[in-house]
Design a protein around this ligand. Sequence first.
Ligand code: ZN
Length: 375
Amino acid sequence: MSAAGLTDVWDAPDDADDLDAAEDRDAAARAEAAGHTRGRRVLVIPDGLAERPGPLGTTLSSVKPMALNAVARRGAVRRVATTPEGLQPGSEVGLPTLLGWAPTGVVSRGRIDAAAHGLDEPRGAVVHRVDVRHDDGRPWPELAPSALTLLRGLDEALHVEHLSAHRFLVWGHRTPTLPRRLDLDDLGSAHGVAGTHDPDDLPRFQLWPDGIEPPPILDEDTVVVCAPRSTMAGVARLMGAATVHPAGATGRPGTSVAAKARAAVSLLRDGIHTVVVHVGSPDEAAHARDPQAKRLEMQKIDRDLIAPLAAVVLDLGATLAIVPDHGTDPRTGEHLADPVPGVLWGPGVRSSGPDRVTEEAVAQAPVVSSPWRMD
Ligand SMILES: [Zn+2]
C-alpha cells in the first residue's frame, strides 16, 4: 500500500470505525473457533452425510455405525446449525461455519476453488465457479472440452481455467453472460459426446454466484486433513489453517479414509491443537443419487476413521467431535439446510442427549452453533 493509501485510511474516521468493527468481529470469530474444549481435539466432517427422516430411513439410521454409536453413548449428542438462516446449504457455507466463521452473506465458491487450486485472482476481479451439467443437474464432465472452447470464446478480457471434470473458474471485470446451451449441445455433438442432441436432456451451464470469502481467523495450530484441491482445502487455506493431503485421499467414493486416519493420529500425537478430518465421499455419492454407495462410505468412515481416532483420543485425553457440514439427499442429490446430528466426546463433556447420532434420534435435541459447544 502507498503512503497516500495509508493516510487515507487513518484520516477517515468512518473507515477507522469499520476497521475496528471488523477486528472485533474477527476476534469474536477466533474466540468462537477456540470453543470451550480443553487440550487437543479432532473434528471429523463427513461431507453431506445428514438427511431428512422419512419412511425409508436415512444413511445414519440404516448403517448402525458401531464406533459412532459408542462415542454417542459416552458424549453429548445435539443438532448443529451449520447453515446460517437465509443462506443456501453447501460446503462453502457449512465448512467455514464448523471452523468457527458463520457467513452472513453468499460465500463465493469461485474464490474458495481458486484458493484450493493455488490460483490468485486479481484484486477487484469478479470470480465465478461455472459447471457443465445435465438438464437434471448431474455433472457432465465429457462436455468439458466443448465447454472450455465456448467459455474461452466469450470475452478475451475474461480469464477461464478448467479446474477438473465438470468444473471451471471464470474471473474478470464483470459477471459473464454464459454461452447458450444449444451451442454447447451442438459443439458436444460435433466432438462426438454421447447423449448430446437429446431434446429431453440439453446440457446446461451453472454459474455459482460471487460473494464473500472466509477470513483468516485460524493459524497453523489447526491442521486440516483433506483431498488436494477440494473445497475443504480452499476453505482451510483462506482461513489460515495448514493442510495435509495423504496419498489416496481423493474426496470421491473409494477414497482412502484409513490414510486420513493415520495422518490425523500422527498430527494429534505430534501435539497439533486442532485436527480436522474432512471426507467428501458421502456428499459425492449422494449427488450421484446412489444411497447404497453413501451407506458404504459411512460404514468405511465408521470402521477406518472414527474407530481408530476414538482409541487415540481416549489415550491422549483429547476431544472428538463428529459433525457433517450439511445434509445431502441421496435420492434427489440436493443439499439440505436443516441442522445436522453431531456428537462431542472428551474430558469435561457430559454424556447427554440421545445415545445414537441419527436424524430421528436428535429430532428433539437442542440446536447448537458450534461443534465444540454441545453442552
Ligand atoms: Zn455437495
